[in-house]
Design a protein around this ligand. Sequence first.
Ligand SMILES: Cc1cc2nc3c(=O)[nH]c(=O)nc-3n(C[C@H](O)[C@H](O)[C@H](O)COP(=O)(O)OP(=O)(O)OC[C@H]3O[C@@H](n4cnc5c(N)ncnc54)[C@H](O)[C@@H]3O)c2cc1C
Length: 430
Amino acid sequence: MEFKIIQQAVCCDSKSACCEQELPVAVIGAGPIGLAAAVHLKERGVSFFVLEKGEVSANVRSWEHVTLFSPWQYNIDEAGKRLLSYTDWQEPDGEKIPTGKELVESYLLPLSEVLAPNIYTNHEVISITRDGIDRMKSTNRSSQPFLLYVETPNGLKEMKAKAVIDATGTWGNPNPVKSNGVWLRTEKELASIIDYHIPNIEASKNLYANKRIAVIGGGHSAINSLLNLVALKEKYPNTSITWILRKKRVEDAFGGGSNDELAARGELGVRISDFVRDGYINVITPFLIKRIHKQNGVVLESQHNKLEPFDRLIVNTGNRPNYEINRALRFEREAITEAVSAIAPLIDPNEHSCGSVPAHGEKELRQPEPNFYIVGSKSYGRAPTFLMATGYEQVRSVVAYLAGDKEAAENVQLQLPETGVCHSGAGGCC
Ligand SMILES: Cc1cc2nc3c(=O)[nH]c(=O)nc-3n(C[C@H](O)[C@H](O)[C@H](O)COP(=O)(O)OP(=O)(O)OC[C@H]3O[C@@H](n4cnc5c(N)ncnc54)[C@H](O)[C@@H]3O)c2cc1C
């Protein structure tokens, strides 16, 4: 069977100065969604390059020891599957749930190998602009190609593109420990005794075994960290685990349990509630952290209380998008979540907890800057419920549009599993 190629559409009119048809599309980030964008571009015969600041899927590799909650059937992009079917790739069992490592080794790496000539690793985008004009200039704006400034091992590089798909994620930009979301120097100075991701506790147990550890946060990352600590405590019983949350009741962090349409996600909450009940974990909630400082360990203070010092903190308070690279472009983000404006009302955790989102694509992701798109987990801003399946549909639609296939771009379809704890605010989701 031959790989299907749909011809590339002309991107700018013949009167314009640029006529940049020959320029490629730039994809920033070689995570699951950036790679999916690249595959769709390849399938449609649109030239492209991918810029990745680390190695392929660097962010997923940083949590490779974590087991996902969605089974393979939700984690593989359809175009990726089509492309890999021309290789000796073995498709994983759709019902099984991979670890981050398996996601990389059994899907993302094979995909990147097929795309390899067009992927530049160790290429960090530091800014995107229009060639020769800044954000203020409107005349002939869309006829100027994009210009990307890229830090490479050989110095600064300038690369031109006719369109840009920003799939840089949010995992690289964690929120701080303070409950008001402000990063202060006092916290930065304690970086050597704070983890901001889900640490591989088994691999570096000397940092945690028989120590006083506090986990801060109420989401899936915090629960993953706690479960790993409980496993350690079974071997090193003097490990003290404290869970600090802002929620009124710890039960609100347990999720939908057996009502969750992703069984593994529901199970996280069930397991942690058992360990809380059995006294493995000391819960302090609500506790709004106001101050952090070092004194026989790390001391956390709220307005009226001060906790005994901890040897180490695991801060899983969510992540935020980094818009620095976008500042020379015209883009919009919503005020609460910092998500792409049109999808923000659908995913704001103040209003929605279902974990699902209506189908959306190019139209909703369109920015004031023509041919510039923010996709993947970055499109969700600070909202925590992003799933790969959402991103795969986003980039399918965006690439269809860039290739001139407006019908395919508008025909968006998405069915996501819900968390089983749907509540609705003003614009409730279900
Ligand atoms: C622990 C954990 C478990 C998860 N489990 C699931 C699950 O079970 N199912 C599910 O559907 N989703 C899950 N997710 C959510 C989500 O699908 C993943 O976070 C996914 O990796 C997001 O993909 P992405 O491509 O948008 O971003 P990322 O995977 O974060 O990729 C972004 C890439 O961009 C690169 N980059 C960043 N800045 C630059 C720059 N300036 N220049 C060049 N490159 C840059 C990064 O190095 C990275 O490789 C999970 C997330 C986490 C953290």
